[in-house]
Design a protein around this ligand. Sequence first.
Ligand code: G16
Length: 549
Amino acid sequence: DINEDEFKAILKAAEDWPRADTLADFSYGTAGFRMRADLLDYVVFTVGLVASLRSRKCAGNAIGVMITASHNPAEDNGVKIVDPMGEMLMSDWEPYAKFMANARTPEQLRNCFMHIINTAQVHDHNARKVIFARDTRPSGARLVRALKAALEATNTEYVDYGILTTPQLHYLVKATNTVKMDKPYGEVSEEGYYKKLSKAFSEAINHATRPPSTPVTVDCANGVGAPKMKKLIEHLPEGALDIQIVNDRIESPEDLNNHCGADFVKTSQRVPQSFTGKAFDRWCSLDGDADRIIYYFVEEGKVFRLLDGDRIATLAAAFIGELVRKAGLDEVITIAIVQTAYANGASTKYVEQNLKLKVEFTNTGVKHLHHVAAMKDIGVYFEANGHGTVLFSERAVKAMRKHQPQSTAQMEALETLRALTDLINQTVGDALSDFLLVETILAHKEWTVKEWLATYTDLPNKLAKCLVTDRSAYTSVPGTAEQRLATPARVQPKIDEIVSKYRDGRCFVRASGTEDAVRVYGEAAEVYDTEDLVAKVCDFIGSYGGKSP
Ligand code: G16
């Protein structure tokens, strides 16, 4: 039952963080709650309450709360909950978070609190701990106060890690909860994160003929990735990589993700502000909370070439596959790739036909991909937008540990593989870790961006955004990886009709879970067909004057 003293304290604290007066309900979307920062105070307060209950449910293990709106514009913010092993909040609990954020009166809040305790069978007297961090958005400081108010009212022990990247917080949650285990995930500090990555990186490039000989430039989206990448560089072995940084103006919030960063480069398919690269120079962009990374370059004549999440997935899967084979483990360990509908059709074909690996599709959102990848021996998952990682199962790690190499070549492959399990963030997609992974692979293969691009040719593609009055009217048919709309009923037949007119045409529409818009993705054999196809679908949706057809 509810602890009356605790609940009194909650109500008292809630007075300072009133719910924004919106008619619409808040929802726990692709990456938690995300909206205009001035609407979020109460939402963050209630997330504090849910995180406290979640920790009690998880036997007092630390739960993470990250305050960030990642790729969204600077005036937005968001909040999401991280489970004990560093993974996203268990999906069964998302409705609880939604329910609580939408409680409009003290009675409703009380009912929600009681409901969670009863249905999730939370032992009210259990220990509870929450650790949290935020990105560089100025609104973060106020939202942290709302969070602390909820944690203090619920007598929850907490650690405020200040400003971190999202994946760093995921790392710290797992490190905190494994500290007493046989194999702790890493030291419980930001410093520990850099130490783990740099040690693993040194080991991973140890058997490469030479480190990448050309410099790489990182666009940090004017966000938290900038100071954190600089700290990472301080920890890397001397001379290992020549890294230049651009777009690191975190002191001017309006510059965050503005004409720079992974989302801008991927969606507009052009170079970011401050780009000074010459032909074939290697560049990459992080997003606003440094969980996504994409690479790109320009060819002579300024032709823009993108090496997105699909490219990182195929690069990583091919490399890890080779190592598994060279180490003599290919009979024991299998590799699978997980993608979303946004994956370029050419990448899927390449994985199936050239790499001979199995591809599975899930809905958008790393939480969905992660879940499927975690069931494989080695699961490589990346969204085309550059958000992803590689998961090594306990089974695969054991096989690598036990395997006795039969030759120096086998031993070297095995050592590199083992280093990758530490280099790659096992909790969530992590731009800093993925950056070191890509650099490691390019070093081993002695590849420039040119060879990397040559592996396959992308189908021309376009991603557009349409503003509609009610994006919740757009729902997908379950089991189609969001490639078909169930509602509004008239839209899917029309899309099918339009798509049928283009060679290799593919197009789908889905409601964004992070922005107030629907996304339209299209592919076709020719660039002008792709443009035309997406424009026609957008026109159809827009022809209702922003109203849902
Ligand atoms: C978040 C999610 C990603 C997702 C992206 C766009 O990214 O973590 O998995 O691909 O939003 O989602 P949607 O199309 O539903 O708006 P981030 O980097 O903003 O946290």
